[in-house]
Design a protein around this ligand. Sequence first.
Ligand code: GLV
Ligand code: GLV
Length: 324
Amino acid sequence: MTAKIFVTRALPPKPMAALRQLPNTELRVNPHDRVLTREELLEGVRWCDVLLCQLTDRIDAEVFEANPNLRLVANYAVGFNNIAVAEATKRKIPVTNTPGVLTDSTADLTWALLMAVARRVVEADKFMRAGKYQGWAPMLFLGTDVHHKTLGIIGLGRIGYAVAKRAQGFEMKVLYTDIEEKPYAAEVNAQFVDLETLLRESDFVTLHPFLDEKSTHLIDEPQLRTMKPTAFLLNVSRGPVVNEKALVKALQEGWIAGAGLDVYEREPEMEPELATMDNVVVVPHIASATMETRTAMGMIVYENTAAVLRGERPPTCVNPEIYD
Ligand code: GLV
Ligand code: GLV
């Protein structure tokens, strides 16, 4: 029997080639370079056995109702807040993500944003390109030191840990908060504190939680007011972790010094005021966007698909209880 695989958006060449070589399969790939419309998504879901989807696809109860016999939903992301996993579990459909392979790239981008806002790299670049440079000057683009400062990590999972590891080279003091203390925190000299202490004491606050009800608007007005006026906020996790309107207010009124953002509350929209602020660096959800990492993520999607087609458990299943 032929297994039908639906890819909601083309993956990098290597995983696409691997998928095409799977025996007894029929592959359908979104022909457009855009997110599928709801109707296109549902139509593909009704057709397929295996759904390879993106974080921009909302895989909710309606999708599972459209095809309760899906054999796999493989998300091309580590985060899977776009998928109603409970609905999948109810129907014994495995859901997979792409953990591990994007940890370091995401930590690298967190540092790129941190360095860029602290040292005003984007602002200075614009200045050069505009032909405004008149020569070295004692007060030109004075930023904020990064080394020896305090880094506060909210969520010491794999990515938070990798960010902490990089902070060692900058001889920073590292604080973290999480649902529970992490035994591996000592390896990166990260000290467990409550959220309020972290916000009060950190020069850089970086967000790495999983998005759920508890972490939605984890950073809102009171938290932003608790931060130092000299501190920076970094978000490479999920937009809704921060109340973006409150962030705009905090930046306008100087409750904090600046922000580096990869994710937004209502992507692809962002609060328009952010684009007008020099102390904000904004990039379009590119934390895992390197050819190496996206290829590795695609290969995990492929491995999960191949395993399910062989009748095996997919290696990175997020709802393994369906096999109990
Ligand atoms: C990207 O945001 C991911 O979750 O992989
Ligand atoms: C994701 O890889 C995380 O656990 O931080």
